[in-house]
Design a protein around this ligand. Structure first.
Ligand SMILES: *Cc1c(COP(=O)(O)O)cnc(C)c1O
Length: 462
């Protein structure tokens, strides 16, 4: 949206919002003063020092620009600055939070839930494991070696034992290893990651659920990054099966600030059993004296929370509802399609080495073609640097060599399954990435060609 249209939209809505308090004696805002413009220009100057995150040529880390409707709604809410700690601090925004979280629950086909927004996935996961620890006292949290590192740290904060489950050659939780662990009866909760942060692999939640018939444990789904893919119609059957099992999990984390087009500061945690609210119970003498309804502050560990986050999410959901086949769902489908296409091109190129399996979501990783993991790692760094010079921003990730077919590096001796290789990585999470794939590919080939001196047979465009 052009900046002018955005500001016009916002100005009109702000005037309408201000009419709500027009009956009060005027209370003019503080004068900005003469230096304000210069200061804001300084801010703009400082902000030049960033990668162009919002542009499709930025295809590196997990960064997606917020939707203009989210920015506008957030800005509007800032003039109220509601605090969703309690209804007294943010009446409308608390109601909008409850509706926005219900929309997430509905997307996952949960008939009932207890949940709220959080500052991000870390705090949301903390609440999930905190409740899990209360329900399974003394028992361990288990997560795969590809789960977010936050789980082992959170377990340490909560004083809960933590066990790592190995992942298979595709980065998914190894079910045989999980079952061995469950047989020890020391595991209270298994963290199942639907979309790992490094490579977008999807743990087989459907199979983990089957194990619940034999062993007693809770299942917490960490879908901070991948959760919205449940709306996509083009996932592989096994990936689909994992997402379709979400209704039977005990708790789930999803970050609207990852794939949900929100500014940072918007995660969420949902519990399937609303009675876990009892663990949050507290007696605050001062916050809740005038409201009788449900207080979000009573079901959240965080106290003050940005009501503006709830307003922005609510507005985005009105414009882009979570419906299969809708605009929002199609955006996720196009990211997955772009990842499959990039993987296909990489596999056909002599410059690169690709892992054993196709991307499950929208993250692609690959290695530079060299005889040893060490040489591949050095080359990847050079290609990364060269690509940035021609405005293609991808990422680097140190990943296990076992994610690649066994004969990828002939010189991998002695045979060590835990050798790491620095890979190139791209998160194709913008709906436009599919349209931009030729541009991305040409620049990637050019960068690799510049580094190796080997150009593909056709002319390159930069
Ligand atoms: C991003 C992420 C987290 C951490 O969430 P933040 O919002 O960064 O705090 C946890 N788990 C997974 C799978 C993630 O992708």
């Amino acid at each position: 949206m052009p900046a002018d249209d955005f500001l016009k939209l916002l100005t009109a809505a702000q005037q309408y919002l201000d009419e709500g308090s027009a009956h009060l004696p005027p209370n003019p805002a503080p004068q900005l003063g003469e230096s304000a413009s210069a200061i804001l220009h300084q801010v703009a100057e400082r902000l030049h020092d960033n990668y162009p995150y919002a542009h499709p040529l930025y295809a590196g880390q997990m960064l997606k620009p917020p939707h203009p409707i989210a920015r506008a709604a957030y800005a509007l809410a800032m003039s109220v600055n509601p605090n969703n700690h309690a209804l007294d601090g943010g009446r409308a925004s608390s109601a909008m939070e409850i509706e926005a979280v219900a929309a997430i629950a509905k997307m996952f086909h949960w008939p009932q839930h207890l949940g709220h927004l959080s500052s991000g996935g870390t705090f949301a996961n903390l609440e999930a494991l905190w409740v899990a620890g209360q329900l399974m006292p003394g028992k361990a949290i288990a997560a795969s070696d590809q789960a977010h590192y936050t789980h082992s740290r959170i377990s340490s904060v909560l004083g809960l034992p933590f066990v790592t489950i190995p992942s298979d050659a595709r980065g998914r939780m190894d079910l045989a290893a999980l079952e061995q662990l469950l047989a020890t009866k020391n595991i209270g909760t298994v963290v199942v990651t639907l979309g790992t942060t490094a490579i977008g692999s999807v743990d087989p939640l459907d199979h983990v659920l089957t194990l619940q018939k034999k062993y007693e444990f809770r299942i917490h789904v960490d879908a901070a990054y991948g959760g919205y893919f449940t709306l996509a119609s083009n996932l592989s059957p096994e990936t689909r099966a994992a997402f379709d099992a979400i209704p039977d999990a005990d708790s789930i984390v999803i970050d609207p600030h990852k794939h949900g087009l929100q500014p940072y500061g918007c995660g969420s945690i949902l519990f399937r059993d609303p009675t876990v609210g009892r663990f949050y119970k507290h007696d605050s003498p001062y916050t809740y004296f005038s409201s009788k309804d449900l207080h979000l502050g009573e079901i959240s560990l965080e106290c003050s929370r940005a009501g503006a986050s709830a307003v922005a999410l609510w507005a985005t959901q009105q414009l882009l509802p979570y419906t299969p086949g809708g605009v929002f769902a199609r955006g996720l489908e196009s990211g997955h399609a772009a990842a499959l296409e990039l993987h296909r091109r990489l596999t056909g190129s002599s410059q690169f080495l690709t892992p054993s399996s196709q991307p499950q979501l929208d993250i692609v990783f690959w290695a530079a073609n060299a005889p040893t993991p060490e040489a591949s790692s050095v080359l990847a760094q050079s290609i990364f640097d060269e690509a940035a010079k021609i405005d293609l921003h991808i990422a680097l990730a140190k990943l296990p060599a076992r994610f690649f077919p066994q004969d990828t590096w002939k010189d991998t001796s002695p045979k060590n399954t835990e050798i790491n290789v620095t890979c190139l990585r791209s998160v194709l999470m913008k709906p436009e990435h599919l349209l931009w794939l030729d541009h991305l590919w040409q620049r990637l080939e050019t960068a690799a060609g510049t580094v190796t001196g080997q150009y593909p047979n056709r002319t390159n465009v930069t």
